[in-house]
Design a protein around this ligand. Structure first.
Ligand code: ACO
Length: 427
């Protein structure tokens, strides 16, 4: 394969080095383009732009492949746990027994919040969006752990990342309880990650919540499936913020903001709202699909389409199966699942979606499982954020090895220079 590509601009020819990834992905290295030609590249939405070289996650969107550190998502979903997968993402290898035990022990050690942090929750007005609360409180953690603001060795990084991954679920559960006006339930010393989260969400002093193990497993799987997804909007945000050498708490808090939007992590809420609307308005699935295709109403089929996957989203296949298992085992008859299945079947046969390569993404079925768990839809994107935390942390750490701040350029399209007019002389 050629080592460079030639680019002719005006009267110049520049040689752009070709970079090839370990899975054969090819890129043109344009880092000297502006210096040599005065040109930059323009790629709104970054569909053709690699922002970094990364060892963490591989996606082949045309083939529906997702791998964390070389392991297929299907393999991890069938055999691993969220905590083990978090270790893999952050440290690059699956742990043997002892390191996994030590890593898990850190989650128990750091799951409590300082009592002072509890006051933050009381200051949010009723009905505050849980993503706003999550982002604020994550950011506030930097005030409580000044010693973790600068990460100079692996030990400090391990402390900071375990604290964040463990505390994020405590913060999420506290925000939910506070909004309900309920007491705050402390983490349970013996319960594992997903079960402990459900305990903090739903236990009462007079009634400890003991979920069916199939639900705990399904939640752990949801966390695992969301754990990383290379350079998506929120991860790029975390890396961008981290590139300025901002601390880990501030960087992941920014990631929560990016994840919140309905075109990204907020899609799982939008899917359930769409299913509720179809049900409440008694719309037929084909009428709803016609509204989507019509485009005039500006409605999208939420949970469909993906910037990278143009064949299928492997996480959607896994989650659909898990969703069916959970509902069947618990004998839950959820009309939302029936509507979702019908929508999927209609859309997959429809030319509009086929031509545009729009397939169900991970969010299409996750909301139905979360409903079965009794989790209100306002908390769905928070659940996504809990799952995505190890990915953000791994990506932030990788970014921290580079000394270059991320700073895109632009093509300016505004007014050319003009002169200030005193207010009385303006038309
Ligand atoms: N419903 C209807 N039409 C769609 C949808 C959809 N869900 N997604 C894309 N299209 C159409 C667009 O209208 C456009 O049509 P056109 O060519 O006639 O103009 C075409 O498909 C391409 O759409 P883009 O927005 O350019 O595709 P892009 O790759 O930028 O967007 C995105 C990807 C944002 C995920 C989009 O598919 C979408 O909005 N989906 C619904 C929201 C959603 O489910 N988001 C979750 C993503 S997964 C995640 O973040 C975990």
């Amino acid at each position: 394969m050629a080592e460079t590509a030639s680019l002719n601009i005006e009267d110049k020819t520049v040689e752009l080095p070709i970079v090839v990834g370990s899975e054969g992905e090819k890129a043109l290295d344009i880092s000297k383009l502006r210096a040599e030609t005065g040109y930059i590249t323009l790629d709104q939405g970054y569909g053709n732009t690699g922002s970094c070289q990364s060892d963490i996650t591989f996606i082949d969107g045309d083939k529906g492949i997702l791998r964390y550190r070389g392991y297929a998502i299907e393999d991890l979903a069938a055999n691993s746990t969220f905590i083990e997968t978090a270790y893999l993402l952050i440290w690059g290898e699956l742990p043997s027994e002892e390191p996994l035990k030590e890593f898990s022990a850190l989650f128990s050690k750091h799951q409590m919040l300082r009592e002072g942090i509890k006051h933050h929750f009381n200051l949010f007005p009723p009905n505050s969006p849980p993503m706003a609360v999550l982002s604020s409180v994550l950011n506030a953690l930097s005030c409580y752990y000044p010693e973790l603001m600068e990460i100079e060795d692996e030990e400090t990084f391990t402390e900071a990342s375990a604290r964040i991954m463990s505390k994020v679920r405590t913060i999420a559960a506290y925000s939910y309880r506070q909004q309900l006006g309920h007491h705050i339930e402390y983490p349970h010393p013996k319960k594992k990650f997903a079960e402990n989260f459900l305990h903090m969400m739903f236990s009462q002093p007079y009634n400890e919540f003991e979920p069916d193990p199939i639900l705990v497993k399904a939640l752990d799987l949801i966390f695992l499936l969301h754990a990383d997804h290379e350079q998506n909007c929120s991860t790029s945000t975390v890396r961008m913020v981290g590139s300025s050498e901002a601390n880990l708490f501030a960087s992941v808090a920014a990631g929560v903001g990016a994840l919140w939007g309905p075109l990204h992590g907020g899609a799982n809420v939008a899917v359930v709202e769409m299913l509720e609307r179809i049900s409440a308005e008694n719309l037929s699935v084909s009428d709803f699909v016609s509204q989507v295709k019509d485009k005039k109403a500006g409605i999208r089929l939420m949970g469909f389409g993906h910037r990278v996957y143009k064949n299928f989203d492997p996480r959607a296949n896994i989650i659909k199966k898990s969703c069916e298992e959970v509902l069947a085992k618990l004998h839950i008859d959820d009309p939302m699942l029936d509507i979702a299945k019908e929508l999927e079947a209609v859309a997959l046969e429809d030319e509009y979606f086929i031509q545009r390569k729009l397939y169900p993404n991970v969010d299409f079925y996750s909301g139905v499982i979360l409903r079965a768990l009794g989790i209100p839809k306002e908390m769905f994107t928070v659940i996504f954020a809990i799952g995505r935390m190890p990915g953000w942390i791994a990506q932030w750490y990788e970014e921290s090895k580079s000394t270059k701040i991320s700073r895109p350029r632009q093509i300016y399209t505004g007014s050319v220079e003009r002169t200030y007019q005193p207010i009385g002389e303006r038309s």
